[in-house]
Design a protein around this ligand. Structure first.
Ligand SMILES: [Fe+2]
Length: 292
């Protein structure tokens, strides 16, 4: 690359940075307004004044070079600012929002640090040492100081906790709440299970009783359950279906006659045994007669 090409690149990059500074001047007041922490507000406000000065320094470089300030939109800064707006959008004022603002501001600073570092190096290699290199160094120093200050606000110092720590604490606190409710959930679930268990036992007992009861009683109970079903919407349709099914089974003649059928079989068995005993007595008396 010829020196001439590097000079053109230097001018293009400088114009890019001028546009970047203008974009930052537009967007910093929004961040200052949204910030909660006084130290962060003060730091951003101070850097807003510095940024205005940085834009003036770039203008001065163009004047020294004797070339008109050409306008070149910085797409990278447009992207960084657009992303920052997305990150901070719809967030309430909080430590987390402050952390998001610092994150966005530091991305801006790092882009500027890289750009001014490169421009200073280009200036030194283009024999533009002296005032131009000094002006660029001043901008670079301010960007570096602003970035370090933001890191301190984010991470804290020996004497104070930082924004990120505060944001993490609020995150833990908000996580605890759902955790507490979720810890209640299994209890509720087990309670529900117990209730279900109880109702299953109750249904079994009820079924056993109904087996012994007359169809009239079963009808009465069905009517009571039906009334309860209407009165209590809490009784699930599944429970209603199961209960009704059990009662319906109890009302079926086969189920009702089951006990009677078993009693009849027992009587038949008794009669057979009694018949067997009678036959045995007859055989015994016959044997005794023969021996005589
Ligand atoms: Fe800056």
């Amino acid at each position: 690359m010829k020196t001439h090409d590097l000079h053109k690149l230097f001018v293009d990059e400088l114009a890019d940075m001028y546009d970047s500074e203008l974009q930052i001047i537009d967007s910093l007041p929004k961040l200052i307004k949204l910030a909660s922490l006084k130290d962060l507000k003060d730091s951003l406000s101070k850097h807003l004044l510095e940024t205005k000065n940085q834009a003036k320094r770039i203008k001065k470089i163009f004047t020294i070079l004797g070339i008109p300030l050409n306008k070149k939109p910085c797409k990278a800064m447009q992207g960084i600012i657009h992303e920052a707006e997305e990150i901070i959008k719809n967030k309430p004022k909080s430590a987390t929002l402050d952390a998001a603002i610092i994150s966005a501001a530091q991305k801006v600073e790092h882009y500027e640090i890289a750009s001014y570092g490169t421009l200073r190096s280009f200036a030194n290699h283009l024999s533009l040492k002296g005032e131009i290199a000094d002006l660029l160094q001043s901008n670079l120093n301010e960007e570096g100081t602003a970035d370090k200050k933001l890191t301190k606000i984010a991470d804290g110092t020996f004497f104070s906790s930082g924004v990120n720590s505060e944001a993490a604490k609020s995150q833990t606190a908000s996580k605890r709440k759902p955790a507490a409710s979720s810890s209640r959930t299994p209890k509720t679930a087990s309670k529900a299970k117990t209730t279900t268990g109880r109702s299953t036992k109750a249904r079994k007992a009820s079924t056993a009783t109904k087996d012994k009861t007359s169809p009239r009683t079963a009808t009465k109970k069905t009517s009571t359950i039906s009334k309860r079903s209407v009165k209590s919407p809490a009784l699930s349709s599944r429970t209603r279906a199961k209960t009704t099914s059990t009662v319906t089974r109890a009302r079926q003649p086969s189920a009702l006659n089951h006990h009677a059928s078993r009693s009849s079989s027992a009587s038949k068995l008794k009669s057979l045994l009694s018949h067997g005993n009678k036959s045995s007595s007859k055989m015994k008396s016959g044997f005794a007669a023969g021996r005589k």
